[in-house]
Write a protein that binds this ligand. Structure first.
Ligand SMILES: C[S@@+](CC[C@H](N)C(=O)[O-])C[C@H]1O[C@@H](n2cnc3c(N)ncnc32)[C@H](O)[C@@H]1O
Length: 281
């Protein structure tokens, strides 16, 4: 890892300009150095996963959900795929057509021919035949609301080895807590944790990620939760990394079920307590 946060010789200067990390005239200022530091920080978490897959096979497949301007995909391609995994492929999934078009144009201009962009919702990508049935790594960085949950369903369906999530706000759990909290407060003192409106929102957001972690553990993943410090333009910096160990945990499934019942979220059982979704090969 480059601790001085300078541009590496093999990095694409054109890409760094497109990502506004370097100025139009290729200069590096304090702000650029900060952005580059964030990029390296995120890459530091994903590089070992890419290395682990590359040791098994060079044609690594990675799908990035809610790709936006495909910041993450381009960085991963430039710092890893271009150098180490030329046979690999990155797909960006994004609902905004203009961003898909822009990313396709940029990839063509940079000669990043192992990158594709699909104008699809995450939910629709689960069944899409445009993607291979097995995907090594699934990422979703600030994918809005329930798109992170759909990314988890996608990863389970495509038997991903690794899942990297930085969830965005998820409103669905808080909305359901709001509906059921009257009854919950009557039943248990623990419901005080989400009785006040601001707590309903904050607790809903926290509970969402707890449920996601249990869901992943129930499906055989080992989960680590950490913080993606310093990532720009977001207050939401929880980083969830899941590695498939083929050890479905009955205890996690049981805890997930209990939590859903005790917080009055039975209506969301299908969202979190999914059987493994299947796709036609
Ligand atoms: C906050 S941006 C994050 C972009 C990028 N991942 C990043 O961190 O820089 C979220 C992106 O997800 C896209 N998006 C939201 N819901 C989606 C869905 N259900 N399926 C696919 N893309 C979605 C939005 O259009 C937006 O570009």
């Amino acid at each position: 890892m480059n601790k001085t946060y300078e541009v590496r010789p093999e990095q694409s200067v054109e890409l760094l300009k497109e990502l506004h990390i370097l100025t139009r005239d290729g200069k590096m200022n304090q702000d650029s150095r900060r952005k580059l530091k964030q990029v390296y920080h995120l890459f530091q978490f994903i590089e070992p996963l890419l290395q682990a897959v590359a040791e098994d096979h060079p044609d690594i497949s990675l799908v990035d959900h809610g790709a936006g301007k495909s910041y993450l995909g381009f960085i991963l391609y430039d710092l890893f795929f271009k150098l180490v995994a030329r046979q690999g492929h990155i797909w960006g999934i994004e609902t905004r057509e203009e961003l898909v078009t822009r990313s396709r144009e940029l990839a063509t201009r940079l000669g990043f021919d192992g990158m594709s962009f699909l104008n699809l919702s995450v939910a629709d990508s689960i069944e899409s035949q445009a993607l291979p049935p097995q995907i090594d790594i699934v990422t979703a960085l600030h994918a809005c609301n329930t798109a992170t949950d759909d990314a988890i369903r996608f990863a389970l369906a495509r038997k991903a080895h690794f899942i990297v999530l930085v969830p965005c706000c998820q409103a669905e759990v808080a909305a359901e807590l709001r509906k059921t909290k009257g009854a919950a407060v009557g039943k248990s003192a623990l419901a005080e944790l989400w009785r006040h409106p601001i707590h309903t929102r904050e607790f809903g957001s926290h509970l969402t990620n707890v449920l996601r972690c249990l869901q992943l553990e129930a499906h055989g993943y080992q989960v680590t939760v950490t913080e993606l410090v310093g990532w720009e333009h977001s207050m939401k910096n929880e980083l969830i990394i899941a590695s498939y160990k083929n050890q479905p945990r009955a205890q996690a499934a049981k805890r997930l079920e209990t939590l859903l019942i005790e917080t009055g979220l039975e209506a969301l059982a299908e969202r979190f307590f999914t059987n493994k979704p299947t796709i036609a090969d």
